[in-house]
Design a protein around this ligand. Sequence first.
Ligand SMILES: [Mg+2]
Length: 343
Amino acid sequence: MPVNDAIHAIHENQVLSRWAALLPRPPAQVGAVHQTDAELVDLGDGRLLALTVDALIEEVAAGLFQDPFTAGRTAVIASVSDLSAVGADPIGLLLCVTLPGDDAAVQEAVARGVREACEAAGTFVLGGDTNDGPQLEISVTAAGMVPADGYHSRMGMAAGDRVYASGPLGAGAALAASALLHTPAELYSETDYRPMPRLAEGRALRGVASATMDTSDGLLATIDQLARLNGVAVDVEADPASLLEPGAARLAGALGLPPVAFLAAHHGEFELVFSIRPDRVEALEAAAAAIGWTPLFLGTAREGAGVRVGGRELDLVRIRNLLHDVGGDPQAYVAGLLGIVGG
Ligand SMILES: [Mg+2]
């Protein structure tokens, strides 16, 4: 299926498409660039190999992770999240770390974070690479396996589909807001930011969801990407305040910021967003009940284009390009975002 050109209004999509045009892509790869959260290679025996890599560099540089423990833990969750978004079970991880000054205390903290996330995801570190450099950088490659007839892609959301999230949202934005706005630690701190792997949920959605993507760039960017890729509009009908996890709700209230800002911010939290055909809602309820999970209803896909929240059209092109347009300046980003969503 060719990639819908509507995605190229977004700067990051332009850069990814340019890379894809410059690089060789294997003929056995499932789906085009932009269409899956992890790369899928058909092994020819009824299984797909799922591969994904994610690096924590800008987040460390921006001061979002002060504790190397959080950076190590989050780096693993980020890559495992892309496996869950294609419905894969993890095989293992490769870890590439740049340690400032080969600092053993930083190494130990990163490793504790990596270990905690591995235990939560039921996976292991296969190997990796270590470097010495000026700033902590962590990159995690995750490998997984998914049945060829049960994988998820971002393609397949249709008008009429119901749209859900795997759990409450806004934790990524809350961490970014607490770091960038220097809020008191008792309101929200790094220890409140503990995203969990959603592998069981991704597995439960096999054969049930029509499209799936993770919220690593925030909820509304994820919904906007799915809408653009599939040529539909999405109405978020749930009250934004009802979608926030407790820490994000607490921070929004204390700062007097609109809850929608915590869904629009560029720093996400690794939940899954997925669509369900109306005749598959009962299948979702059964699959979710079987693992003791309650999906969070967000809204409905319809004919057209764009993302509406509470009946109001949001300019997701401006929101998603904002960090690039302000030259990566965090304070200008926060001010600009609040200007767009109304704060
Ligand atoms: Mg992703």
